[in-house]
Design a protein around this ligand. Structure first.
Ligand code: PEP
Length: 273
Protein backbone atom coordinates (compact mmCIF):
# COMPACT_ATOMS: atom_id res chain seq x y z
CA UNK A 1 0.00 0.00 0.00
CA UNK A 2 1.26 3.54 -0.86
CA UNK A 3 2.55 5.33 2.23
CA UNK A 4 0.86 8.70 2.83
CA UNK A 5 3.46 11.44 3.43
CA UNK A 6 3.53 13.04 6.85
CA UNK A 7 1.59 16.30 7.19
CA UNK A 8 3.75 19.37 6.78
CA UNK A 9 3.39 22.29 9.18
CA UNK A 10 5.18 25.51 8.26
CA UNK A 11 5.21 28.26 10.90
CA UNK A 12 5.41 31.82 9.64
CA UNK A 13 6.98 34.08 12.24
CA UNK A 14 6.35 37.21 10.14
CA UNK A 15 8.03 40.31 11.68
CA UNK A 16 8.67 38.67 15.08
CA UNK A 17 10.42 38.30 17.46
CA UNK A 18 12.38 41.49 18.05
CA UNK A 19 15.73 40.04 19.01
CA UNK A 20 18.02 37.15 18.13
CA UNK A 21 17.94 35.86 21.69
CA UNK A 22 14.17 35.64 21.59
CA UNK A 23 14.35 33.88 18.23
CA UNK A 24 16.81 31.32 19.61
CA UNK A 25 14.66 30.73 22.65
CA UNK A 26 11.50 30.37 20.55
CA UNK A 27 13.18 27.97 18.12
CA UNK A 28 14.54 25.75 20.89
CA UNK A 29 11.16 25.75 22.61
CA UNK A 30 9.50 24.59 19.38
CA UNK A 31 12.18 21.94 18.80
CA UNK A 32 11.49 20.61 22.29
CA UNK A 33 7.72 20.30 21.91
CA UNK A 34 8.09 18.91 18.39
CA UNK A 35 10.09 15.85 19.59
CA UNK A 36 6.92 13.94 20.45
CA UNK A 37 5.45 14.53 16.98
CA UNK A 38 8.56 13.99 14.88
CA UNK A 39 7.50 10.56 13.66
CA UNK A 40 4.12 11.78 12.38
CA UNK A 41 4.63 15.41 11.32
CA UNK A 42 7.23 17.36 9.31
CA UNK A 43 7.79 20.82 10.79
CA UNK A 44 9.37 23.99 9.45
CA UNK A 45 9.64 27.50 10.89
CA UNK A 46 10.23 30.63 8.85
CA UNK A 47 11.87 33.32 10.99
CA UNK A 48 12.98 36.72 9.69
CA UNK A 49 15.99 36.14 7.41
CA UNK A 50 18.43 37.90 9.76
CA UNK A 51 18.07 35.12 12.34
CA UNK A 52 18.47 32.11 10.05
CA UNK A 53 22.24 31.66 10.22
CA UNK A 54 22.32 31.96 14.02
CA UNK A 55 19.72 29.27 14.75
CA UNK A 56 21.43 25.97 15.47
CA UNK A 57 19.52 23.69 13.12
CA UNK A 58 17.70 20.83 14.80
CA UNK A 59 14.79 18.60 13.74
CA UNK A 60 12.55 21.53 12.88
CA UNK A 61 13.62 22.71 9.41
CA UNK A 62 14.18 26.39 8.68
CA UNK A 63 12.63 28.39 5.89
CA UNK A 64 12.64 31.99 4.85
CA UNK A 65 9.57 34.21 4.37
CA UNK A 66 10.67 35.73 1.09
CA UNK A 67 13.58 35.87 -1.34
CA UNK A 68 14.68 38.18 -4.09
CA UNK A 69 14.33 37.09 -7.68
CA UNK A 70 17.66 38.72 -8.39
CA UNK A 71 20.70 36.57 -7.84
CA UNK A 72 23.49 39.13 -7.39
CA UNK A 73 24.68 42.65 -8.20
CA UNK A 74 23.58 46.20 -7.44
CA UNK A 75 20.25 45.44 -5.76
CA UNK A 76 20.46 47.21 -2.41
CA UNK A 77 18.54 45.56 0.39
CA UNK A 78 17.76 42.34 -1.45
CA UNK A 79 18.47 38.83 -0.13
CA UNK A 80 18.90 36.04 -2.66
CA UNK A 81 17.72 32.44 -2.48
CA UNK A 82 21.29 31.12 -2.54
CA UNK A 83 22.18 33.40 0.41
CA UNK A 84 19.44 32.03 2.66
CA UNK A 85 20.18 28.51 1.45
CA UNK A 86 23.84 28.93 2.46
CA UNK A 87 22.63 29.96 5.94
CA UNK A 88 20.67 26.74 6.34
CA UNK A 89 17.21 27.48 4.94
CA UNK A 90 15.64 24.59 3.06
CA UNK A 91 12.21 26.12 2.42
CA UNK A 92 10.99 29.50 1.27
CA UNK A 93 7.52 30.98 1.46
CA UNK A 94 6.86 32.82 -1.80
CA UNK A 95 4.01 35.16 -2.69
CA UNK A 96 2.52 35.53 0.78
CA UNK A 97 -0.53 37.81 0.62
CA UNK A 98 1.23 40.31 2.88
CA UNK A 99 3.94 40.63 0.20
CA UNK A 100 1.42 40.65 -2.62
CA UNK A 101 -0.25 43.56 -0.77
CA UNK A 102 3.08 45.40 -1.07
CA UNK A 103 2.89 45.07 -4.85
CA UNK A 104 4.30 41.63 -5.59
CA UNK A 105 2.70 40.34 -8.80
CA UNK A 106 2.19 36.75 -9.96
CA UNK A 107 4.98 37.30 -12.47
CA UNK A 108 7.40 38.30 -9.72
CA UNK A 109 6.24 35.34 -7.64
CA UNK A 110 6.96 33.04 -10.59
CA UNK A 111 10.52 34.40 -10.86
CA UNK A 112 11.07 33.87 -7.15
CA UNK A 113 9.69 30.33 -7.24
CA UNK A 114 12.07 29.53 -10.11
CA UNK A 115 15.00 30.92 -8.11
CA UNK A 116 14.08 28.95 -4.97
CA UNK A 117 13.71 25.71 -6.92
CA UNK A 118 16.96 26.32 -8.83
CA UNK A 119 18.77 26.69 -5.49
CA UNK A 120 17.46 23.33 -4.31
CA UNK A 121 14.99 24.62 -1.74
CA UNK A 122 11.27 23.90 -1.49
CA UNK A 123 8.98 26.76 -2.52
CA UNK A 124 5.82 27.20 -0.45
CA UNK A 125 3.75 29.20 -2.91
CA UNK A 126 0.85 31.13 -1.40
CA UNK A 127 -2.37 31.69 -3.30
CA UNK A 128 -5.70 32.91 -2.03
CA UNK A 129 -8.61 35.17 -2.84
CA UNK A 130 -9.15 38.46 -1.01
CA UNK A 131 -12.87 37.78 -0.70
CA UNK A 132 -15.52 35.31 -1.82
CA UNK A 133 -18.40 36.27 -4.07
CA UNK A 134 -21.70 34.43 -4.62
CA UNK A 135 -20.92 33.86 -8.31
CA UNK A 136 -17.73 31.95 -7.54
CA UNK A 137 -15.44 34.36 -9.43
CA UNK A 138 -12.83 33.81 -6.74
CA UNK A 139 -12.19 30.38 -8.23
CA UNK A 140 -10.86 32.02 -11.38
CA UNK A 141 -8.56 34.14 -9.23
CA UNK A 142 -7.08 31.01 -7.65
CA UNK A 143 -6.64 29.38 -11.06
CA UNK A 144 -4.92 32.44 -12.45
CA UNK A 145 -2.61 32.77 -9.42
CA UNK A 146 -1.60 29.11 -9.69
CA UNK A 147 -1.11 29.24 -13.45
CA UNK A 148 1.07 32.34 -13.33
CA UNK A 149 2.90 31.74 -10.04
CA UNK A 150 3.90 28.19 -11.04
CA UNK A 151 4.47 29.26 -14.64
CA UNK A 152 8.18 28.48 -14.54
CA UNK A 153 7.94 25.13 -12.77
CA UNK A 154 8.43 22.06 -14.97
CA UNK A 155 6.74 18.70 -14.49
CA UNK A 156 10.09 17.37 -13.27
CA UNK A 157 10.24 20.01 -10.55
CA UNK A 158 6.76 19.72 -9.05
CA UNK A 159 8.02 17.84 -5.99
CA UNK A 160 9.95 20.99 -5.04
CA UNK A 161 6.78 23.05 -4.83
CA UNK A 162 3.99 23.22 -2.27
CA UNK A 163 0.81 25.19 -2.81
CA UNK A 164 -0.37 27.00 0.32
CA UNK A 165 -4.00 27.99 0.00
CA UNK A 166 -4.31 31.10 2.16
CA UNK A 167 -7.55 33.02 1.67
CA UNK A 168 -6.69 36.58 2.63
CA UNK A 169 -10.00 37.02 4.47
CA UNK A 170 -9.09 34.15 6.82
CA UNK A 171 -5.62 35.38 7.80
CA UNK A 172 -5.25 37.02 11.18
CA UNK A 173 -8.78 36.10 12.30
CA UNK A 174 -10.01 33.98 15.17
CA UNK A 175 -10.94 30.37 14.52
CA UNK A 176 -14.70 30.89 14.53
CA UNK A 177 -14.47 33.10 11.46
CA UNK A 178 -11.77 31.05 9.74
CA UNK A 179 -12.63 28.73 6.86
CA UNK A 180 -14.84 25.69 7.48
CA UNK A 181 -13.44 22.25 6.74
CA UNK A 182 -16.24 21.79 4.19
CA UNK A 183 -15.23 24.88 2.21
CA UNK A 184 -11.57 23.95 2.53
CA UNK A 185 -12.27 20.48 1.17
CA UNK A 186 -14.06 21.94 -1.85
CA UNK A 187 -11.14 24.24 -2.51
CA UNK A 188 -8.56 21.45 -2.08
CA UNK A 189 -10.42 19.38 -4.70
CA UNK A 190 -10.60 22.39 -7.01
CA UNK A 191 -6.88 23.14 -6.68
CA UNK A 192 -5.92 19.48 -7.14
CA UNK A 193 -8.03 19.25 -10.29
CA UNK A 194 -6.44 22.37 -11.69
CA UNK A 195 -2.90 21.24 -10.83
CA UNK A 196 -3.59 18.05 -12.79
CA UNK A 197 -4.90 20.10 -15.70
CA UNK A 198 -1.65 22.09 -15.73
CA UNK A 199 0.91 19.39 -14.88
CA UNK A 200 -0.92 16.21 -15.84
CA UNK A 201 -0.39 13.26 -13.55
CA UNK A 202 2.63 15.07 -11.99
CA UNK A 203 0.14 17.53 -10.49
CA UNK A 204 -0.69 14.84 -7.95
CA UNK A 205 2.78 15.25 -6.42
CA UNK A 206 2.22 18.84 -5.36
CA UNK A 207 1.24 19.07 -1.73
CA UNK A 208 -1.58 21.45 -0.84
CA UNK A 209 -1.51 23.00 2.61
CA UNK A 210 -3.79 25.55 4.25
CA UNK A 211 -3.07 28.80 6.10
CA UNK A 212 -5.45 31.28 7.73
CA UNK A 213 -6.02 31.38 11.48
CA UNK A 214 -5.06 27.76 12.13
CA UNK A 215 -5.14 27.00 15.85
CA UNK A 216 -5.14 24.05 18.24
CA UNK A 217 -8.94 24.32 18.21
CA UNK A 218 -9.61 24.04 14.47
CA UNK A 219 -6.60 22.03 13.21
CA UNK A 220 -8.15 18.62 13.98
CA UNK A 221 -11.28 19.27 11.91
CA UNK A 222 -9.43 21.10 9.13
CA UNK A 223 -6.96 18.25 8.72
CA UNK A 224 -9.48 15.45 9.12
CA UNK A 225 -12.08 16.87 6.74
CA UNK A 226 -10.33 19.60 4.77
CA UNK A 227 -8.45 17.42 2.26
CA UNK A 228 -5.10 19.19 2.76
CA UNK A 229 -1.63 17.83 3.58
CA UNK A 230 -0.69 20.34 6.24
CA UNK A 231 -0.83 23.89 7.49
CA UNK A 232 0.88 27.27 7.31
CA UNK A 233 0.07 28.86 10.67
CA UNK A 234 1.19 32.39 11.46
CA UNK A 235 0.46 33.49 15.02
CA UNK A 236 0.05 29.96 16.35
CA UNK A 237 3.72 29.33 15.56
CA UNK A 238 4.99 32.22 17.68
CA UNK A 239 4.96 30.31 20.93
CA UNK A 240 6.05 26.75 21.54
CA UNK A 241 2.87 25.95 23.48
CA UNK A 242 0.43 27.21 20.84
CA UNK A 243 2.44 25.54 18.08
CA UNK A 244 2.38 22.34 20.12
CA UNK A 245 -1.42 22.59 20.13
CA UNK A 246 -1.44 22.59 16.31
CA UNK A 247 1.00 19.64 16.19
CA UNK A 248 -1.10 17.73 18.67
CA UNK A 249 -4.45 18.35 16.95
CA UNK A 250 -2.96 17.40 13.57
CA UNK A 251 -1.41 14.23 15.00
CA UNK A 252 -4.81 13.28 16.43
CA UNK A 253 -6.41 13.80 13.02
CA UNK A 254 -3.73 11.63 11.38
CA UNK A 255 -4.52 8.90 13.92
CA UNK A 256 -8.23 9.16 13.20
CA UNK A 257 -7.68 9.02 9.43
CA UNK A 258 -5.54 5.90 9.83
CA UNK A 259 -8.22 4.30 11.97
CA UNK A 260 -10.85 5.05 9.33
CA UNK A 261 -8.74 3.70 6.48
CA UNK A 262 -8.15 0.45 8.47
CA UNK A 263 -11.91 0.12 8.91
CA UNK A 264 -12.45 0.58 5.16
CA UNK A 265 -9.82 -2.03 4.22
CA UNK A 266 -11.36 -4.46 6.70
CA UNK A 267 -14.70 -4.49 4.85
CA UNK A 268 -14.61 -7.65 2.73
CA UNK A 269 -16.09 -7.71 -0.78
CA UNK A 270 -19.25 -9.85 -1.07
CA UNK A 271 -18.61 -13.49 -1.94
CA UNK A 272 -19.39 -14.66 -5.46
CA UNK A 273 -21.93 -17.43 -5.64
C1 PEP B 1 0.06 33.53 7.75
O1 PEP B 1 0.87 34.29 8.23
O2 PEP B 1 0.27 33.01 6.64
C2 PEP B 1 -1.15 33.22 8.51
C3 PEP B 1 -1.96 32.35 8.01
O3 PEP B 1 -1.33 33.88 9.69
P1 PEP B 1 -2.38 33.50 10.85
O4 PEP B 1 -2.26 32.01 11.06
O5 PEP B 1 -1.95 34.28 12.01
O6 PEP B 1 -3.74 33.85 10.34
Amino acid sequence: MKKTPKPLIVGNWKLTPNTLNEAKERYLGIVKVYKKFKSVIDAVVCPPATFISSLKKKDVAIGTQNVSFWTTGSKTGEISASMVKSCGATYSIVGHSERRAMGETDEVVAEKVAEVVKCGMIAVVCVGEAERDEEGNYLEIIKSQIKKSLGRVSKQEVHKVIVAYEPVWAIGRTDNVAITSHDLHQMAIFIRKYLKEVFGIAGDLIRIIYGGSVTAENAFDLYLNGGVSGFLPGRSSWEAETFKGVFSATAEAVKELKKRSRQVTKVKPPRRK
